[in-house]
Design a protein around this ligand. Sequence first.
Ligand code: NZQ
Ligand code: ZN
Length: 388
Amino acid sequence: MELDFCFHNPTKIYFGKGAINNLKDELKKYGNTIMLAYGKGSIKKIGLYDELMKIFNEAGKKVVEFSGIMPNPTAAKVKEGIKLVRENNVDFILAVGGGSTMDCTKAVSMGAANDVEFWDYFYMNYNPPKNKIPFGTIVTMVGTGSEMNGGSVITNEDVKIKTGVVYPNMLPDFSILNPEYTYSLSKFQMVSGICDMMSHIMEQYFSKPDTDNVSDDLSEALMKNIIKNAYICIENPNDYNARGNIMWDATLALNTLIGCSKEGDWEVHNIEHQLSAYYDVAHGMGLAAISPSYYRHIIDFGLSKFKKFAINVFGVSTDNKTDKEIALEGINKLEKFFKNIGATTTLRELGITNKEELNEIAKTCFVSNSAYKVMSIDDIKAILQNAF
Ligand code: NZQ
Ligand code: ZN
């Protein structure tokens, strides 16, 4: 554990079939007006909306609805939420959905509680918020880990920038995780979430320092658990145990635990975020399309780690092979895993048709200084062209 770190994660997690039973007591801690933040209707289809209304009613809460939060939430949507909070003196926000709803809620929480222009102040510049509207989450789409981290990713359509911030004081007060809520996800969304959590782990695992550390060992265990349970979920989407493993894997992947004493890379996320800013692609699918190309591009700069990954995560045999061959086989197996579960592994499959425009997108990507290889624009262009 070469690098110093601070680990502090105060989000309370209620996990399991009966987790919702804790909501009423949690709500007692806050004022009377609750804002229910959600997406475009899946929470109604699974009966959760009605169940929540009953709980709010029994708890004597006034409810303000903030609905229609879209995948890759926009700055305009955040502004709408901020206005609602201010007009109704909202005391607490309950975000019910996936990463988009949770992230939008965090932006609204910061934006409404502080007298600043939220985009410039919190997203274009790093300013940990002094105040926040307290919030909790109920997870229905698994992958981002937003339920137990301080991250929030927002797209500003006017300037074509999608960017994420991580504020240590913007973690949810509590999160409710019931794997049953995820049964209704389409295969596409489920797979997208699985690729997202795999990427979160890889982007911490494939980063300096590589001295022996328990964070990397935990990462390998999580990746193996995801691969095993992903196949079970594909076979039987209602397998509670497999869904539960996948749900908790996602949380552990990005609640800062496996990032302890690691620098983190995040270049795959940087590139995907800009793809999403130009094309409305599902986040996890974008990551699956970029990752193999990115890792092949940087393989020589972290060769021993890619070899370790191949052997420990994908069981690649070492007989009569060079380190590079072993490492490459690991990346090939990763790509095959993505394909097997039905992920999109090329940009074309994502609906991106303009190969030339990729060179323009490359110029807009943020560059990570902590990657095995710090990217030049030409590197990013090559990665995108090879992912096409
Ligand atoms: O809008 P509804 O009707 O709810 O439908 C949603 C949405 O269309 C649907 N869905 C959610 N739960 C469902 C369901 N459909 C059926 N049954 C259910 N139980 O799923 C669709 C996608 O939802 P979304 O929230 O967009 O997906 P995800 O969780 O992948 O979130 C993606 C966003 O999170 C950001 C991404 O960039 C993207 O904007 N990220 C946030 C991070 C963080 N806060 O730490 C880190 C991630 O790396 C990521 O960047
Ligand atoms: Zn992600």
